[in-house]
Design a protein around this ligand. Structure first.
Ligand SMILES: Nc1nc2c(ncn2[C@@H]2O[C@H](COP(=O)(O)OP(=O)(O)OP(=O)(O)O)[C@@H](O)[C@H]2O)c(=O)[nH]1
Ligand SMILES: [Mg+2]
Length: 459
């Protein structure tokens, strides 16, 4: 269990238990222990204090209650022994299974999807994010509307009330009949469409600022927002919670050579993302399509660092970002050096072991500490080098009247040589591709014997 995650929770906590279920045919699934650790982190983030765990391996699922009737009785006894009020399943429950389980256990029963939705409902702030979460909640709850749910929802009456799984902007809708919800779903979809257009507009604007864009990606809680804050002086919300960031921030970042780029945060990834949330995610992840470089932030001290990194790679590939250059960052390296307590020693050992494994996959991985700043200069230099490798070389004769363009070249490009001539500045420069169109009118033949422009890319 993630003790520090639990320590920082400030909201009232609901006592609960976790139920892990594996079917014999489950392929690609995370090992039960790792999956339950993560479920506990999700539960803690959502405000549940986990008091016990139950696991079961099944040959076939029971269509009525997922687990067998004997297990249901075991869960009920355990829940009563530890005083649990909520039972969390590490597996999607059908609406029927959820209803039956709630009836038989006489407790609130939620699955992993409901838990993640609950966290999203608590953490999102932007209008588009709220609408996306409302849509996902309505779609999730519609087939699950039962007396118990509507009853709880009525009690809730606000974003924070009602406990885990019944919060969020959707709950007032639970009091209306399903047809009304259907109408609301259509309305929210329209609103989202409108906001999406707006976002495309502002994205275009950002692109036309001409600055290269670097995006922080990675598993949830890896330290992306902390790194953004550290590198740009932003004050984005960073916390020991899963999905702390749902509405990402973008800031300007200066590189050691004086060039400037945009650094943008993103929503954290997680294994086995519930389908209802893929749309909500992909909305913000669309922004990644135009990114010049991805910084893959890995919490090198996490017991599942390697599996998390693989999950992130999988999500990036599924988003069609397989070709975007990636620089791996091994974050929380400050925790590798602690040596005061046995726990710290064990953590540091595991972290070093992770780092060694990661080095095999990402030979250029940069160990850093977003918290204390160690390794960040080397990281910035590596970013700059990566960006430069994406530049192409051009020879230009720039009229003196184009002072603005010259200034942009100085901040966006690498000027290799320059000389005054009567007609303007003759310069040899390495430029990012997005400036090529603008520079075309001023391109001239090389005067010195230089390598042809195309080979400059590999330089
Ligand atoms: N020790 C240590 N802790 C760190 C470091 N970087 C981040 N953290 C902690 O890790 C936790 C998560 O940090 P965030 O920056 O919110 O992580 P994130 O990747 O943005 O997470 P989500 O937005 O939830 O996906 C916070 O408690 C940070 O203080 C680091 O370099 N060292
Ligand atoms: Mg964050």
């Amino acid at each position: 269990m993630n003790e520090s995650l639990r320590d920082r929770q400030d909201q009232p906590q609901e006592p609960g238990i976790l139920v892990g279920v594996r079917l014999s045919g489950d392929k690609d699934a995370w090992p039960m222990d790792a999956a339950l650790e993560e479920l506990e982190d999700l539960a803690t983030t959502a405000g549940v204090f986990v008091r016990a765990r139950v696991t079961q391996r099944l040959n076939r699922r029971d269509p009525a209650t997922l687990v067998g009737s004997g297990k249901v009785i075991e869960i009920k006894t355990l829940a009563s022994d530890v005083g649990a009020e909520v039972v969390l399943f590490d597996r999607e429950l059908s609406p029927r299974q959820q209803r039956n389980l709630e009836r038989e256990l006489d407790l609130k029963v939620l699955d992993r999807t409901a838990l993640i939705l609950d966290i999203f409902a608590q953490h999102t702030r932007s209008r588009e994010g709220m609408l996306q979460v409302e849509l996902a909640l309505m779609e999730y709850r519609l087939p699950r509307l039962t007396r118990m749910w509507t009853h709880l929802a009525r009690q809730a009456g606000g974003r924070a009330g009602g406990g885990v799984g019944v919060r969020g902007p959707g709950e007032t809708q639970l009091e209306i009949d399903k047809r009304e919800i259907g109408r609301r779903i259509a309305f929210v979809r329209e609103q989202i469409k409108g906001l999406k257009e707006q976002r495309r507009g502002s994205r275009k604007q950002r692109r036309s600022s001409g600055l290269p864009i670097v995006a922080l990606v990675g598993y949830t809680n890896a330290g992306k927002s902390t790194l953004l804050n550290r590198l740009t002086g932003a004050d984005a919300y960073a916390a020991n919670q899963l999905f702390a960031t749902l509405d990402p921030t973008t800031r300007r970042m200066s590189l050691p050579g004086g060039r400037v780029c945009l650094l943008t945060d993103t929503v954290g990834f997680i294994q086995n993302l519930p389908t209802q949330l893929v749309a909500a995610f992909s909305a913000t992840l669309e922004e990644l399509e135009e990114v010049d470089l991805l910084l893959h932030v890995i919490d090198v001290t996490h017991p599942d660092a390697i599996r998390q990194a693989e999950t992130v790679e999988g999500v990036l590939a599924s988003l069609g970002l397989g070709e975007t250059p990636v620089l791996a960052v091994a974050n929380k390296a400050d925790r590798l050096a602690l040596d005061d307590s046995p726990e710290a020693v064990a953590l540091a050992d595991m972290g070093r072991n992770n780092l060694a494994l990661l080095l095999e996959v990402y030979p250029g991985i940069e160990p850093v500490s977003a918290r204390d700043g160690a390794g960040l200069e080397a990281l910035l230099t590596a970013i700059e080098k990566q960006m430069e490798s994406l530049l192409v070389e051009r020879h230009l004769l720039l009229p003196f009247a184009e002072g603005g363009l010259m200034a942009r070249l100085r901040s966006h490009a690498v000027v290799l040589e320059e000389a005054f001539e009567p007609a303007g500045m003759r310069i040899r420069v390495k430029v990012p591709r997005y400036l090529l169109g603008e520079l075309r009118p001023y391109e001239v033949e090389s005067t010195v014997a230089d390598p042809p422009a195309d080979t400059a890319r590999e330089a």
